[in-house]
Design a protein around this ligand. Sequence first.
Ligand code: WTA
Length: 657
Amino acid sequence: MTPPKIPPPEIADLLREDRVFPPPEAFRAKAVPNDPDIYEQADRDPEGFWASFARELEWSRPWDRVLEWKPPHARWFVGGRLNACVNCVDRHVRTARRNKAALIWEGEPGDRRTLTYFDLYRQVSAFANVLRQLGIRKGDRVAIYLPLIPELAIAMLACARIGAVHNVVFGGFSAESLRDRINDAQARLLVTADGGYRRGGVVPLKRVADEALASTPSIERVVVVRRDSGSIPIHMQAGRDQWYHEVMQDAPLTCEPEEMDAEDMLYVLYTSGTTGKPKGIVHTTGGYLVGTYATTKWVFDLKEDDVYWCTADIGWVTGHSYLVYGPLANGATVVMYEGAPDWPQKDRFWDIVERHGVTIFYTAPTAVRAFMRWGPEHPKKHDLSSLRLIGSVGEPINPEAWVWYYRHIGGERCPVVDTWWQTETGMIMITPLPGITTLKPGSATRTFPGIKAEVLTQAGDRVGVGGGLLALTRPWPAMLRGIYGDPDRYVKQYWNTWGSEVYVTGDGAKRDQDGYFWLLGRVDDVINVAGHRIGTMEIESALVDHPLVAEAAVVGRHHEIKGQAIAAFVMLKEGSQPGRLIVDELKDHVARKIGALARPEDVIVAGDLPKTRSGKIMRRLLRDIAEGKALGDTTTLADPAVVAKLKEKYEEEYGAN
Ligand code: WTA
């Protein structure tokens, strides 16, 4: 594989902010951990370090070896046996946490539910029985396509309880995206809902699912949660579809958990990469649970009485690791909110923080930038003094947004943890520890103890101070174990650039004189729109699927709120007669094919695309056009006039970004 390109230095310059923020003394004094020596200790004996967290979990059989590393294949806690659901639920029910709130849920319309650990135990057990009764066995895949409601966490934990592999598909994905994921994972059962709420409207999930189900031969059964009380009529197919509340009615409230090997698969989650098809990232039971448990505990300095809110949807990895497995393994009280941050008003999040007394708040930079744009008057309407720690994830946070977040949400009292990681890493990898690390706005600071990362040149040489490519150079417990059904791609994609012991992240990064990491965004063909990963190839194939489109090239460009936006350049088929609305039609087409999150911001219908003499589209130049920058080197172009014309047209239609 050719190594990806190092990002240009001007991106690094955007991230400059000189102030530093040491941990406030009051915070440091009570924080666990607050001893800086733990970094060195973990580095000296990483396996012992991870084992000490593993011992805090419940195993039905202890492991024989912490790590077996045959690059690039790792097995963690070899020989150990445990159940993830038992660790997230049963373990707490047997303690004083039994009647502690596990989930405090709020629906977008304002409906609320609180489930204690004991409630969760009973509902998860009941649904696990339902799954078994519907024929689901250990190792079977179960697809879950739900809004952010408690049943989503319940369904995942029920799968984990009986050893079924869950495959959660974000509720904003289209029928085709759902279909492809179900088919790739060969799921036998689908859990969905009639609908879910978003900005006051109802997303008709079951109808979308029905469209997908027309071509998913592996699905035998569908369980439908009633979320929307009948405002959208849905069709229930006899013999296949059943209502959740009906099958749950008589289900026994206890269910024997399946004893799992540490390396048994826990879930598959699809994410975008550099090739056309999203890949199913495989996570296993023991290492994943240890990694998410440890990072949740230390990064968020989790205490028994915290009220922890991660605003991510469970359809993404952040929701898997830091809304479900990590916090529940810690016995935390987790807040879950179904809807949009600006519904019905722009202070919805702050209203939730105040009403539930949220102490730890974890969100994405795109949300912070939206809050900034809406103005500080919205958080000011609420008492946010319960907050003691705030976090960021999903994309680089620019220093301006960091400082705004620190001041207006954190009240200049809460440490900000900017956490870098990926679907593939399963757990937070680069992050401050709030009781130890001196913060620099815009920097994710340093690796979590036991983790090893480097910035490398394209040739694979270590960069001391400066920019390059981020690589991970030591195995970690929650690392992906593979790509579902594609073992070769796992090796080629991630471990084939600098030898089989070095994991390629696909991100550019800079290291400063203190050894801090500054993440600079993707260096491959992945666009990060509002914290959501989308591959340019996926969007390009959606575009060329339109009957009028001959060729398409997609790039990411800077966007003030979303971080990046999608810019698409399309060439229509010769002789086609596009209507006036072709641009909107193409945007809708992509949204319909993939999901609204992939809708291009800009579509430029081009007479021609800039190509090299050998016919390769030069995306680099398209990026320059979309970013409103001076064009880079055009000497290799077959016809340099094409790109000049395109630049002019772009600026006419979209201005200089
Ligand atoms: C980006 C989300 C800068 C990065 C957890 C990574 C970040 C991709 C940060 C993974 C951060 C995530 N600072 N960039 N704190 N966190 N990223 O798989 O480009 O949806 O490769 O996982 O998000 O996205 P994914």
